[in-house]
Design a protein around this ligand. Structure first.
Ligand code: HEC
Length: 205
């Protein structure tokens, strides 16, 4: 009994020590068992510095620095809409080239492949880990959507899918739209998609 009371006293005191003073305000420096990096050698904003010859801690941009600008030609380029309708086709400022398509492929593979899969079939790696309902981008319903609407889906997301507007520049979003079209076409190509000089090779077989 005596040991029990003694033990109880020790336990209660220990709990009170740890919990009892929580939430109390103090002006004093807290006890730091490990250095919390609260104090470090650094210059605060708008404060002088002895390190630089001119005594200023805030540095000017390097001579010749120019601000980064994202080309924005019109409303369609950033929204995919013309007035209150989705537009179709690439915006004026976008030039579709091999480089543009390669950028679209790269961006698609970084941002979309995990869910929609390499070919757009909706069988990306995450579907093996339980994500259901990923759209098949080769579906007729999505094939026949306008470019502007697809652009908007990438920007703002749709249903279960989140938007990527904050992560991908408008230029790259258009490149992804173009690459999605290439994926769709690759799965449903007709003879007229093959250059005339190459058609013979297909027909021979
Ligand atoms: C985290 C998984 C995930 C990622 C990453 C993802 N999507 Fe999706 N996407 C989905 C799901 C799930 C749906 C079905 C949404 C629904 O119907 O609720 C969908 C639907 C779509 C649709 C069809 C929308 C409609 O109108 O029905 C398009 C187009 C699309 N995604 C394109 C893309 C593109 C392009 C990217 C890359 C920029 C991308 N997705 C990235 C999961 C993803």
């Amino acid at each position: 009994m005596r040991y029990y009371l003694l033990g109880l006293f020790v336990v209660v005191t220990a709990i009170l020590c740890v919990v009892g003073f929580r939430g109390q305000m103090t002006e004093r420096t807290p006890i730091e068992l490990f250095d919390d990096m609260d104090r470090q050698a650094k210059v605060k904003y708008q404060k002088p510095s002895e390190f630089f010859a001119d005594g200023r801690a805030s540095r000017m941009p390097v001579t010749g620095t120019i601000p980064a600008t994202i080309p924005i030609d019109d409303e369609y380029f950033v929204t995919g809409a013309i007035g209150n309708q989705w537009g179709d086709g690439m915006p004026k400022s976008v030039t579709v080239s091999t480089k543009f398509m390669a950028a679209g492929k790269e961006r698609y593979e970084i941002n979309c492949r995990v869910c929609h899969g390499s070919t757009g079939m909706g069988n990306g790696i995450v579907t093996q880990y339980g994500l259901a309902g990923v759209a098949n981008l080769l579906d007729e319903r999505i094939r026949t959507m306008s470019d502007g609407e697809l652009f908007n889906t990438i920007t703002k997301g749709k249903g279960q899918m989140m938007g990527y507007g904050a992560n991908i520049t408008p230029q790259d979003r258009w490149a992804i739209v173009a690459y999605m079209r290439a994926l769709q076409r690759s799965q449903k190509a007709s003879l007229s998609d093959v250059p005339e000089t190459e058609r013979g090779k297909l027909l021979k077989k």
